[in-house]
Design a protein around this ligand. Structure first.
Ligand SMILES: Cc1ncc(COP(=O)(O)O)c(C=O)c1O
Length: 392
């Protein structure tokens, strides 16, 4: 009897794992060893890494490592509590002030991770009578944040500002307590950009609240690399330190009043241990380096353009990518997997992205560039893509 009920209790786990195995969708963790900023060892094989979000090659930068160690020596390895209890060490506000100045906003607030920020900030802002208009290709963390807000959410066609305007016009007089527009600035799967100026104008026209996730643009675009949102009047910018900043964590860039509101209402800040000193040390160093990296940013985008046009010449499609994130559209899931394995056999790590992360029939290989990739590395990738057609 006991055994039978146990069997029942866990059967959903077997069902789900079996379903994933059958559909070749079982996700598995692989151990990797970073060798330097762009090479990685997997199962004894050295591979050129084109999957990482370390766009500026800062994750292994000596200054970030040194500052992390310096902070550990001074403050210890953990912050010991939430910032509202006894974890608010002086360095958080130091980094927040530095970031606010760079991003040309009144205030900044450091949070634990981009995921945690998105799932706690949106529910803090919205009440049950709010309406959220969310871009169709928003990252999962934004989707979860919208769900947790427990209000009406309407998805607008990706980057389609006339659709967004139509929804704003239809809904602005319907008695919602407030209307939010939620979008990314650089989209993580397609590598295209949202039009910040047009979004700000729409938000103003309909008195709606604009939230922009600048995760993939921070460090890479905008004045001094401070993101596509930099210099635009955006109500709330969310960004991460785990991508081009080479560390971990997230930030909000906003007004002083909104910062105070979040300190009081954002569960993702209130009910969690503050980020450890080592992480803030690395962020502090990254914020010293990033403004000085205009030449690297220029060469990153020139390399991306070179790779895209070489792929187009060979007949590959890269969707609407115009950034360091380049999806190579394959369509069928099986072909994306086969191509990704072929690339690995040739020493190149580029992951296949397939359902449920992207819609069925939209499977792709998603490549991201770092400033550490040279033209020689990129030519190596082009050569392997070229050979794939004959190999098949
Ligand atoms: C657009 C976007 N927002 C948020 C996140 C989550 O950020 P983090 O990795 O800091 O949790 C990601 C990806 O990881 C992302 O692509």
């Amino acid at each position: 009897m006991v055994n039978d009920s146990h069997k029942n209790k866990f059967s959903f786990i077997d069902t789900e794992i079996d379903r994933r195995i059958e559909n070749r969708q079982l996700r598995q963790l692989r151990n990797v060893l970073p060798l330097n900023g762009i090479e990685i060892n997997i199962n004894g094989q050295t591979m050129l890494n084109f999957c990482s979000n370390d766009y500026l090659g800062l994750a292994m930068h000596p200054l970030l490592q040194e500052r992390s160690i310096e902070f550990i020596h001074k403050y210890g390895s953990g912050a010991t509590a939430s910032r509202l209890i006894c974890g608010n060490y002086d360095f958080y506000e130091h980094v927040e002030n530095k970031l606010a100045q760079l991003k040309q906003v009144e205030a900044a607030l450091v949070l634990s991770s981009g995921f945690q920020a998105n799932i706690s900030v949106i529910p803090a802002l919205a009440d049950r009578n709010s309406l959220i208009l969310s871009d169709q290709l928003n990252h999962n963390s934004l989707i979860q944040g919208c769900r947790l807000a427990r209000c009406k959410v309407v998805v607008y066609h990706h980057n389609d500002l006339s659709h967004l305007e139509q929804l704003l016009a239809e809904n602005s007089k319907k008695g919602f307590s407030r209307i939010f527009i939620v979008t990314e600035s650089v989209f993580s799967m397609d590598g295209d950009m949202a039009d910040m100026q047009a979004l700000v104008a729409l938000a103003e026209k309909f008195d709606s609240f604009l939230v922009v996730d600048d995760a993939h643009a921070t460090g890479v675009f905008g004045h001094q690399g401070m993101g596509l949102t930099c210099g635009h009047d955006i109500d709330l910018v969310i960004g991460t330190f785990g991508k081009a900043c080479g560390s971990f964590g997230a930030y909000l860039a906003c007004s002083e009043k909104l910062r105070t509101f979040m300190i009081n209402c954002c569960s993702g800040l209130i009910y969690t241990t503050a980020l450890p000193p080592s992480v803030i040390g690395a962020i502090d160093a990254a914020l010293d380096l990033i403004p000085e990296m205009d030449a690297e940013r220029k060469s990153l985008q020139a390399n991306a353009e070179y790779l895209r046009s070489s792929l187009h010449d060979m007949g590959w499609k890269t969707g609407s990518s115009s950034t360091q994130i380049i999806p190579i559209m394959v369509g069928k899931e099986a072909e994306a997997l086969a191509l990704s394995s072929w690339l690995e056999e040739n020493g190149i790590l580029i992951s296949a992205i397939r359902p449920p992360t992207v819609p069925s029939g939209a499977s792709r290989i998603r490549l991201s560039l770092s400033v550490l990739h040279t033209r020689k590395h990129i030519d190596q990738v082009i050569d392997v893509f070229n050979k794939w057609r004959t190999y098949k």
